[in-house]
Design a protein around this ligand. Structure first.
Ligand SMILES: [Zn+2]
Length: 492
């Protein structure tokens, strides 16, 4: 493998250096002349488009409609909901000169669009018959991060979808919040082959102004958690601030209940980290921009026949609906091509040489396991190819599922939480009293925080959000009576 093409860092030795190299060399993204902003290259963009297509399909099948709102948000709208400004203060980028130099029209670059969309809803909604109003926008947002930026995982500008809905009742809003979180879970588990943990964020860490924030967390191989999507129940807080009212069946004026939910290009970082290895990316077949690559291997005297046969194999796979690349580049050797497609994580490589041609066969190599199968009957292989991709998808998931299970460790004292995070990272499951101070004590010493309060099968959401104790035992940190199970982890 040439120095230029190959990954030079071992993943387990320096995961951050490895990550930067893989993202660049696999051509997902590159650094840009703007600090903290990335260029998403065509291969990375194709991946995002596939994610977008699948998620957008789920949204539309469940009532959401796409719309688009301005990139700029007037300061008076942003400040109307004072808690937003407070919560986002450090991250909001303001337009310093808008040409008109009109102080009343100071403009923010959207960090998120609750204010401008809720303001629109207030104009639009008159009657209960218009509810629920379920809007979604695919857009870019800007958060002027001060800490270290990293392609996909933490950038000042990123792409996402943000859903915003208004409902007649709290129950309807609650249902929306959970439905969207579940759609994110389906994407992450079924399409990305990454197991997840869903639950709530602690009260002090919820979206500013929200009734509660629900989150989906995924565990990375370095034992750190990535928040991979959030869905917020905003209660009537925003609707009250922006006067989103409607006339109910009895002609009475009511205030709406709103939600918001978002999923961003950050998840691409999770896919890279979760599945990649020392040779580069390993793409889960369901979301892989290229699911199979066909590489012809020939000598001068049989080039034409081998190419013809290989191209036919690629066409047959395409007809089956697969995303296929036929690599007939003449200036590259087969070995170079193998390395390049490995680096890009293509799940299945199909090698076709004179022997395969003679036997009407193909040779396949799996990217995830490296398993090579020679001389497979061509017709049968094409019939079974979807099943083979499905097997790869499942085995990638179950490998990570085992990893996640092994990395949830219970702790019953402060020393045990600190020791376990320090020694093994992963999730430390512990009973918690609900006080921020008990999280701070851990955070100050090992930079780990409560990333999720997992949903519990036996509890209703209202119960979980309520103040009443519903857990036997004591907080591992302070010894007061416990309210909830909490997962501590270091996070991205
Ligand atoms: Zn406590």
């Amino acid at each position: 493998m040439t120095q230029e093409l190959g990954v030079t860092v071992d993943k387990h030795k320096d995961v951050h250096e490895w990550y930067s190299e893989v993202v660049r060399k696999a051509e997902l993204a590159d650094y840009s002349p703007v600090k903290g902003c990335m260029i998403i290259k065509p291969y990375g963009m194709r991946l995002w488009e596939l994610i977008k297509e699948k998620l957008d399909g789920k949204f539309k099948a469940t009532g959401a409609q796409n719309a688009y709102f301005p990139l700029f948000i007037p300061s008076d709208l942003l400040e109307k909901e004072s808690e937003i400004v407070e919560g986002f203060d450090l991250e909001v980028a303001w337009l310093e000169e808008d040409g008109e130099k009109d102080q009343d029209q100071r403009l923010a670059i959207r960090p998120t669009s609750e204010s401008i969309i809720t303001d629109y809803m207030s104009d639009e909604i008159r009657s209960h018959r218009q509810l629920p109003m379920q809007l979604n926008q695919w857009a870019n947002v800007v958060r002027w991060e001060v800490s270290d930026t990293r392609p996909f995982l933490r950038t000042r500008e990123f792409l996402w979808q943000e859903g915003h809905t208004a409902h007649a009742t709290d129950e309807s809003a609650e249902k929306e919040v959970m439905m969207r979180l579940d759609q994110y879970r389906e994407m992450i588990e079924e399409e990305f082959a990454i197991p997840s943990i869903t639950g709530y964020k602690p009260e002090h860490d919820k979206f500013p102004g929200a009734k509660y924030t629900s989150t989906i967390e995924t565990l990375m191989p370095d034992g750190r958690s990535i928040q991979s999507g959030t869905s917020h129940h905003l209660g009537q807080h925003f609707a009250e601030a922006f006067d989103v009212t409607f006339e109910d069946e009895n002609g009475d004026t009511q205030t709406a209940h709103t939600t918001s939910w978002g999923f961003s290009t950050r998840v691409i970082g999770a896919i890279v980290l979760a599945h990649g290895d020392d040779d580069g990316l390993v793409m889960p077949p369901n979301i892989a921009p290229i699911q199979a690559v066909v590489v012809p291997i020939y000598q001068e005297d049989n080039q034409e026949e081998v190419e013809e046969y290989a191209e036919k194999v690629a066409e047959d796979l395409e007809e089956k609906g697969l995303r296929v690349e036929y690599d007939d580049r003449e200036h590259r050797t087969p070995g170079y091509k193998f390395n390049e497609w490995e680096l890009k994580g293509v799940p299945l490589r199909i090698e076709v040489g004179p022997n395969e041609m003679e036997d009407q066969a193909v040779t396949t190599v799996r990217r995830d396991s490296g398993d090579k199968q020679m001389g497979l009957d061509r017709e049968q292989f094409i019939d079974e190819v979807e099943q083979r991709l499905d097997e790869i998808q499942k085995s990638m998931y179950s490998e990570l599922e085992d990893y996640q299970q092994e990395n949830i460790r219970e702790a019953t004292s402060k020393q045990e939480i600190l020791g376990t995070i320090g020694k093994s990272r992963g999730y430390v499951k512990t009973k918690w009293c609900g006080k921020e101070g008990c999280e701070t004590e851990i955070k100050d010493q090992v930079a780990a925080e409560i990333v999720v309060l997992p949903f519990e099968e036996d509890s209703e959401p209202e119960q979980i959000q309520g103040d009443e104790d519903h857990l036997e035992g004591e907080c591992a940190v302070c010894g007061d009576s416990a309210k909830r199970w909490a997962y501590f982890a270091k996070n991205y």
